[in-house]
Design a protein around this ligand. Structure first.
Ligand code: ATP
Ligand code: MG
Length: 431
C-alpha cells in the first residue's frame, strides 16, 4: 500500500477558512503601506548562499544552522532559500542602482525559510512583510517606521502589542563593549552552553540573544553597551524617543535587546505581545547603515523591519477578528434545457455588474439546489426553470437580508435582475 505524501514538516498549508484571514491581512497591509509612500519590490526566493553569509553574519543562528542551502546540480552554484528579505532587497538595490538618484521606501512580502524546531508560532516556511528605507540617516525615519507599526496594529484591530527599544551604537563602540563582555563571560565559562562557548570569542554579543533559560541570569547581569556609547549615538537614540513621546507612543527601553542578525546598528526595536505564548515577537527591525557598503554598494544609510504574518494572523484570530471579505451575492439555480442554456449568460451578465455569483454546476433538482443556495450564504437565489427561460425571465428569491431570512420571491426580466438586486441592497442598507 502506498503512503500518502504529506507536506514537509514545519511547512504548512493555509486552508480556506484560515486563508480568508490572510487575504484581509494583506489588503489592510497594502493600503497601510501606501499611506506612508512605500513602494512594492518583488524578489526571488532563491539567492546565492554567500549573500546571506555576508549580510547576516557567519556566527548567527540563521547562518550556522537554519539555512536551506543546496548546490545547483546543473552548474554547481551554492544557493539558499531566503531566510529573510533584507539581504535580497539590498542586493537588488545595489544591482539596479535604485538609491543612486533618490532615497527609497520599499516593501516586499513572501515566504522565508529557516530550519528551526517547529512549534506554535515558529515554522520552517513562514511569511514576512518587510519594510525597508534607504538614504535616510536621521532618527526621523526610524521613528516613522515605529509609528507605522502602531498604526497597523490599530488598522488590524489589535491591541496590547508593546514596543521595546534599544540602541546598538556603532561598530567601534561595540568593539569596546565586546572586550568587556568576553572578560565577563570568561569568568563563567563553565556555566555557558555549547553555543555560547563557541561564540565567546567570535561573536559574544550573540550570547545576549540566547533563549536558553539556564543563561538568563548571567545575561541579565552582563555589562551593558550603554557605557560605551558616544554622544552621536546617544543623540540619535534620544531623537527617536522624542518623536515617539511627541506622538504619545509608549515604549520600554530594553538594554538587552540585540536582535539575531549582525547587520544592525543604532536603533533596534521589537513589537511583542504576551497573547501568543513563547513566540510573542510579531515584528522586529532597526537601522543597518553598514550593510549596503558591506555588500559592495555605495555607503547608504538604511532602516527597516519585518513582521511575522503567521503570528499576526494568529493574533487577529485570537482577538476574535472576522474576515469581512465580500461574500457571495447570488446562487444561481437552474433546471431544464432552455434554463441551462440561459443560466451561464445570466451569471456572466451579473458579474459584469459587479455582483458575485456562485453558479450551480452539475445535476440536481430544484429542491437540492435550493438547499445548496441556502447553505452558500448568498443573499439571493436566482432561479431559472424552462418556463422562466422561455419567457426571458428569472425568479428572484431573497434568502436573507441583514441576517434575517426572507421569503417573498418575484419574477423579473432577465435585463433587470442586476438593478433589482442592487436596489434591494440599498433598501436593506437604509432599513
Ligand atoms: P525569534 O526571536 O522569534 O526567532 P528572529 O529574531 O529570528 O525571531 P527576525 O529575523 O527579526 O526574527 O524576523 C522578524 C519576524 O519574523 C519575527 O519577529 C517573527 O515574528 C517572524 N519569524 C521569525 N522566524 C520565524 C519562524 N521560524 N516562524 C514564524 N515566524 C517567524
Ligand atoms: Mg530566530
Amino acid at each position: 500500500m502506498s503512503q500518502h505524501i504529506q507536506s514537509v514538516r514545519g511547512m504548512n498549508d493555509i486552508l480556506p477558512g484560515e486563508a480568508e484571514f490572510w487575504d484581509v491581512f494583506e489588503e489592510t497591509v497594502r493600503s497601510w503601506l501606501k499611506s506612508y509612500g512605500y513602494r512594492p519590490i518583488r524578489l526571488p526566493i532563491v539567492e546565492p548562499t554567500p549573500l546571506f553569509k555576508r549580510a547576516i553574519g557567519e556566527v548567527t543562528d540563521i547562518v550556522e544552522k537554519e539555512m536551506y542551502s543546496f548546490v545547483d546540480s546543473l552548474n554547481g552554484e551554492p544557493l539558499t532559500l531566503r531566510p529573510e528579505g533584507t539581504a535580497g532587497c539590498v542586493r537588488a538595490l545595489i544591482q539596479h542602482k535604485l538609491a543612486a538618484q533618490q532615497p527609497q521606501r520599499l516593501y516586499y512580502q513572501g515566504q522565508m525559510f529557516r530550519h528551526e524546531r517547529p512549534q506554535k508560532g515558529r515554522y520552517r516556511q513562514f511569511n514576512q512583510v518587510g519594510v525597508e528605507s534607504f538614504g535616510f540617516s536621521g532618527p526621523d525615519i526610524d521613528a516613522e517606521q515605529i509609528l507605522m507599526g502602531a498604526r497597523l496594529w490599530a488598522d488590524l484591530g489589535l491591541d496590547g502589542i508593546k514596543l521595546q527599544l534599544n540602541t546598538l551604537g556603532q561598530p567601534e563602540e561595540r568593539a569596546n563593549h565586546r572586550a568587556e563582555l568576553i572578560a565577563y563571560f570568561e569568568k563563567y565559562a563553565d556555566v555557558l552552553d555549547e553555543d555560547a562557548r563557541r561564540r565567546l570569542y567570535t561573536n559574544p554579543l550573540r550570547i545576549l540573544d540566547s533563549k536558553n533559560p539556564a543563561l538568563q541570569e548571567l545575561i541579565v547581569m552582563a555589562p551593558l553597551l550603554t557605557n560605551h556609547l558616544g554622544s552621536d549615538s546617544m543623540a540619535h537614540f534620544e531623537g527617536v524617543q522624542q518623536v515617539l513621546r511627541d506622538a504619545g507612543q509608549p515604549f520600554e527601553i530594553n538594554r538587552r535587546l540585540v536582535r539575531g542578525l549582525d547587520y544592525y546598528n543604532l536603533t533596534v526595536f521589537e513589537w511583542v505581545t504576551d497573547r501568543l505564548g513563547a513566540q510573542g515577537t510579531v515584528c522586529a527591525g532597526g537601522r543597518y547603515d553598514g550593510l549596503v557598503e558591506q555588500l559592495g554598494g555605495k555607503s547608504t544609510p538604511a532602516c527597516g523591519f519585518a513582521m511575522g504574518v503567521e503570528r499576526l494572523v494568529a493574533l487577529i484570530r485570537e482577538s476574535g477578528g472576522e474576515p469581512a471579505l465580500e461574500g457571495i451575492d447570488v446562487y444561481l439555480v437552474h433546471q431544464g434545457e432552455a434554463a441551462s442554456r440561459l443560466a451561464p449568460r445570466v451569471a456572466e451578465g451579473l458579474r459584469d455588474q459587479g455582483i458575485n455569483v456562485l453558479f450551480h454546476c452539475g445535476d440536481g433538482g430544484f429542491k437540492s439546489q435550493m438547499k445548496k443556495a441556502d447553505a452558500s450564504g448568498a443573499a439571493f437565489a436566482v432561479i431559472i426553470g424552462d418556463d422562466e427561460a422561455n419567457a426571458g425571465q428569472v425568479m428572484l428569491k431573497p434568502l436573507r437580508a441583514n441576517g434575517e431570512v426572507q421569503n417573498e420571491q418575484r419574477r423579473v426580466g432577465v435585463d433587470s435582475i442586476a438593478d433589482e438586486i442592487m436596489n434591494s441592497f440599498l433598501d436593506w442598507e437604509e432599513a
